[in-house]
Design a protein around this ligand. Sequence first.
Ligand code: XUL
Length: 529
Amino acid sequence: MDGGEDRLFLGLDFSTQQIKAEAINDSLQIVNETAVKFDSDLPEFKTHGGVHIHNDNVTVTAPTIMWVKAFDLLLEKMKKDGFPFHKVACISGAGQQHGSVYWKTGTNKILRSLDEKKQLHKQLQNCFSIPDSPVWMDASTTVNCRELEEKVGGPLKLAEITGSRSFERYTGTQIMKISRTRPSEYKDTERISLVSSFAASLFIGDYAPIDLSDGSGMNLLDIRTKKWSPECLQACGSDLSQKLGDPVPSKQVIGNVSQYLISRYNFSPNCKVVAFTGDNPASLAGMAPKLGDVVISLGSSDTVFSWSPSHTAELEGHIFVNPIDSNTYMSLVCFKNGSLTRERIKDESADGSWDKFSEYLKKTPIGNNGNIGIYFDVMEIQPLVQGIFRFNKSDEKVTSFPPEVEVRAVIEGQMIARKMYMEMEMRGMHTGLDTRILATGGASLNKAILQVISDVFGAPVFVSDIPNSAGLGSCYRAKHGLEGCDFSEVVKNHPQPECVAVPTEGAHEVYKEMSLRYRKLEREIANQQ
Ligand code: XUL
């Protein structure tokens, strides 16, 4: 099977609500897409949006074994559909960022000697010392965050070392919390993985290393030296460097596919696996961006990111090691209230219809007659605030908006915040008519939403017909890692995105003024909490 037009590259996306496989051929055509959705395909785990939100409203976890069972289901579905596993030359993948997996002592032996006759989840069911993985939506570690910042010399110092000040969802403080509150389970943990390296471990049948790009989302990696920071490790847990293993560049081949997968699904014994990375870094690869492009990804979380040649420490947003070229960086800002909030407002104010939602967006004026809405259904990241806040044109609080005003308010409020925090994170970055905004994720299918983005950012918006770029980016990364060529060579046949919205005349002035009001109102809310 080696070489030739026939070979395939497989990309996995272990995201918050589902796992998905995508396969491309050498010409970058997508030849397979298969998904398993946690809530509907695995109802026995009783997740909502793929997670469990605990009673304190800030602890958010997902059952680790559910992800393993989803992996079984996904491969079984593909087998049933006749997917030619033997043609796969290389695999890579992506995982929701920051979430962590705790493997119990002794599990590596089990991983290395899996029984091909049994499903994986049956063999791994007692293998996690912490059965519920904390995920990126968790906001329960505020005390740990302050402690970590204090121990390394303050938030800016931590950002200088790791690319971010301390954020609740970051893995280091999640580990610190577990090491303090569950010391015996922590002690009985042989290995700690990110969701990405956990997923890669299932493919190689061994513990997979953490890659530098997703590893940058832990507040543990020194993004300058590309090694774990000894002071951060020490602050977060004992023996942490052994439990984490050494990080590797994101394009590294980390091994061959496991004997278990070869026997059970007929993978080729020569099939390689490239380190898995975070979903946002994988999306960056999947958008094949040019320097200066801004990517806006509209999913469970909304993120805004771009490829940066260098990095400066900021208190807002994050810097990751770049997944394509570990000598450069990637800047990112993340918002927790993304598609689920938009969906709630579509259900409550537009009778559950996206068509009606779009109609309301089109019939309401740019600037929404001065009305501003801030919708933090769950605790937001920046600012750390939960609640729904509505203001009229005189900045007075109101309790409700008419449905069409509510619809425009959620999209305008979200997009103003996306732009505002992007500018704070990427200091000196301003979008204009010569900037390409590349949109991806579910909401990038909605032209009325894209028009608001274009008006708020004052820049043209482009989409390609692949709304989910993390899976595709994983296929590209698999090809890149296997061939060792320039990434631009890998993506030279990437479909050119199409321009779908340009800024409306006059919008810039309206949103300039509105953004100042939004910023003031958001600060007031944050100060009151
Ligand atoms: C990024 C972040 C989210 C998750 C979602 O920092 O927390 O975008 O990666 O899967």
